[in-house]
Design a binder for this molecule. Structure first.
Ligand code: SAM
Ligand code: SF4
Length: 320
């Protein structure tokens, strides 16, 4: 079992397999994209695999693959297939859904259990604006494909931003009516020095809940793997609505996560620039004993709670 200095059980590893993305969401990435890292600066699949193996031996049981956009990195399906053989209980993925209509069935086949798809607006123009050029129809087709492939549960991640989509939360929540979709509203986080959002853009979970109450009574519900989200159901809906309140009600006391980035950094906390690099050790073909030490040193770095500020690295690099 892996526990940190504050007696929290660490069992959930989020892996950012690439910091590249086929979108440029305004709260996540600069317009020009990320510094192009050479292949040599990124962990190879084999190296990520070794690190996940080391984490799993010490107590990690759940892995989420994220990015950047994980579906853009070649070799992903093979990697997922291999992950199935190391005793993990759960392998999930977070994607912007753009490439999902053609990859959902393969992801399921490779061993993905469940998926989170990010979608901030149903309006074609708004979606294109926030993502700097994305096509919302591709995401909607991706959601359909995820259901058809049998991924379960399918969750939707929506970052709520005042002046952009706060008037759309009811429409987005009602996507849970005719399909068993779990729509989660995420509070905007002040991450990344280039982020264009000011304090005025922030919408609290309490405000989003108030808007949804206009539709009807919210009843408590449960969804598999709901992590830090509070989950509710609107009347007559198959799916649920959830709220991730990293700002207004932080969940540090229950935090069970640790993060590995594409360039081989282990971040013990999403909201801290403190990290431990495993890149050199992996590249030099270190032995399992040293990887075990790295796992424990990284977990020991986990802070008791986060200090929100503007971090140097943007979300695409850490994986959200
Ligand atoms: N590209 C994939 C996607 O968009 O789902 C995976 C990576 S993305 C960094 C993971 C999640 O982080 C997305 O749901 C995204 O909306 C969220 N995110 C990015 N920047 C954020 C911010 N500043 N505040 C809150 N959530 C953010
Ligand atoms: Fe890409 Fe996801 Fe960041 Fe949007 S939120 S720019 S889709 S990594």
């Amino acid at each position: 079992m892996l526990t940190d200095r504050f007696h929290r059980k660490i069992e959930y590893l989020r892996i950012s397999v690439t910091d590249k993305c086929n979108l440029r969401c305004r709260y996540c990435m600069p317009e020009e994209g990320v510094d192009i890292k050479s292949h040599e600066q990124l962990l190879r699949w084999e190296e990520i695999y070794r690190m996940v193996q080391a984490f799993t031996k010490e107590g990690i049981s759940k892995v989420r693959i994220t990015g950047g956009e994980p579906l853009v990195r070649k070799g992903l399906l093979n990697f997922i297939e291999r992950l199935n053989n190391i005793g993990l209980q759960d392998i999930s993925i977070t994607s912007n859904g753009i490439l999902l209509s053609r990859m959902a069935a393969d992801l399921k086949q490779a061993g993905i259990n469940r998926i989170n798809i990010s979608l901030d607006s149903l309006n074609k123009e708004r979606y294109a604006w926030i993502t700097r050029g994305g096509d919302v129809n591709k995401v909607l087709k991706g959601i359909e494909a995820a259901f058809q492939a049998g991924l379960e549960p399918v969750k939707l991640n929506t970052v709520v931003v005042r002046g952009f989509n706060h008037d759309e939360v009811v429409d987005l929540a009602l996507l849970s009516k005719d399909m068993p979709l779990h729509v989660r509203f995420i509070e905007l986080m002040p991450v990344g020095t280039d982020s264009i959002w000011g304090k005025d853009s922030f919408v609290s979970t309490a405000e989003t809940i108030d808007r949804l109450r206009e539709v009807g009574e919210l009843k408590p519900a449960r969804v598999n793997g709901n992590g830090p989200a509070q989950v509710w159901q609107l009347p007559g809906c198959q799916g649920t609505v959830g709220f991730i309140s990293a700002i207004s009600n932080h969940f540090c006391a229950k935090c069970n996560r640790i993060r590995l980035t594409a360039d081989g950094r282990i971040y013990p906390c999403l909201h801290s620039d403190n990290y431990l690099s495993c890149f050199e050790s992996l590249r030099n073909g270190t032995d399992d004993e040293e990887l075990k030490t790295i796992v424990h040193r990284a977990v020991a770095l986990k802070p008791g709670h986060h200090h929100l500020g503007v971090q140097e690295r943007m979300m695409n690099a850490i994986g959200g």
